[in-house]
Design a protein around this ligand. Structure first.
Ligand SMILES: C[S@@+](CC[C@H](N)C(=O)[O-])C[C@H]1O[C@@H](n2cnc3c(N)ncnc32)[C@H](O)[C@@H]1O
Length: 277
């Protein structure tokens, strides 16, 4: 099968791809993969990334710091007793995925990855073939009910019990006119009391570089990536209790011994964790 042979190559061969993958159009998952140092990206993705690097050469550092926040949150949530995770817009598998971090503490933790990009599904299925507590499902955040009612999702997750929903670096790919706040509200309504929602989001800290990066994302090929203020990001948690330290710059969110304290980039991304009362 084209998809299988493609997955086994180190760098993808654009002439041997499943039909649903168009290497000519940059994809969010593949551009992000580039920033995380991955190999699953094409020239069009690297061109979109280069437009960002032109105004913000430290894009890879920001990508790393964003993943570090995700890992800290995963550990904290497992330690707090959460045993189910729904990671929406999970991206291409990278080192230290949510299930790997969670399973270091408890191998019974169940994790469902959701992404609408067929590349993520192909890689995820290959990576998770032997996993019984973790799966990846192709679905779209634009239709939250389609995620919560999906039989494959429900086979692993019990939404009558607390779950941690991750919306990490995905809501900033929705324009205001798409009303991403309605999406987080819908998710809040579908999860049980005691559930959590983690959001990371491009952060408009007032630094002019935010608008420059936004412009590069919008006009450099990718076509999405909006920076929002702390207040706009806090609104995603409507009806939930935002936990300490609130919505803050990436490395200020519950830093641990490995969190860089001298970062000049982390204020481009904010993170926050809330609990449904
Ligand atoms: C920037 S990546 C973030 C990956 C990961 N959550 C992280 O923070 O490291 C955003 C991911 O969201 C996915 N995505 C974008 N729009 C989506 C949608 N409408 N439904 C599901 N996934 C989506 C992309 O394919 C991509 O893999």
């Amino acid at each position: 099968m084209a998809s299988e042979s493609w997955m086994k190559t180190q760098a993808p061969d654009p002439t041997n791809l499943p039909a649903e993958i168009n290497p000519e159009v940059p994809s969010i998952a593949r551009v992000y993969d580039y920033f995380l140092g991955g190999k699953d990206n094409f020239p069009a993705d690297r061109a979109a990334a280069a437009a960002v690097e032109k105004v913000f050469p430290q894009g890879k550092q920001l990508g790393r710091e964003s993943r570090m926040l995700l890992r800290r949150a995963t550990r904290e949530l497992v330690r707090a007793g959460v045993r189910q995770f729904l990671d929406i817009g999970s991206g291409l598998p990278t080192a230290g995925n949510v299930h790997e971090i969670a399973h270091e503490i408890d191998p019974e933790v169940r994790v469902v990855y959701i992404d609408n990009d067929p590349v993520v599904l192909a890689h995820g299925r290959a990576l998770l073939a032997d996993e019984v507590t973790t799966t990846v499902v192709q679905a779209d955040l634009r239709h939250p009910d389609g995620i919560f009612d999906n039989p494959e999702v429900r086979a692993l997750l019990d939404f009558d019990q607390p779950v941690a929903v991750f919306l990490a670096s995905i809501l900033h790919h929705f324009d205001d006119s798409d009303d991403p706040w309605a999406l987080s509200r819908k998710i809040r309504d579908r999860i049980s009391s005691g559930s959590y929602m983690l959001i990371t989001h491009f952060y408009d800290s007032g630094d002019p570089v935010c608008r420059e990066v936004e412009q590069a994302l919008l006009e450099g090929g990718l076509g999405s990536g909006w920076f929002r203020t702390k207040e706009q990001i806090e609104r995603f948690f409507e009806g939930m209790d935002v936990l300490e330290p609130g919505v803050v710059a990436a490395n200020e969110w519950r830093p641990d011994a490995e969190t860089p304290t001298d970062s000049t980039t982390h204020h481009l991304l904010a993170g926050g964790l809330a609990r449904k009362p």
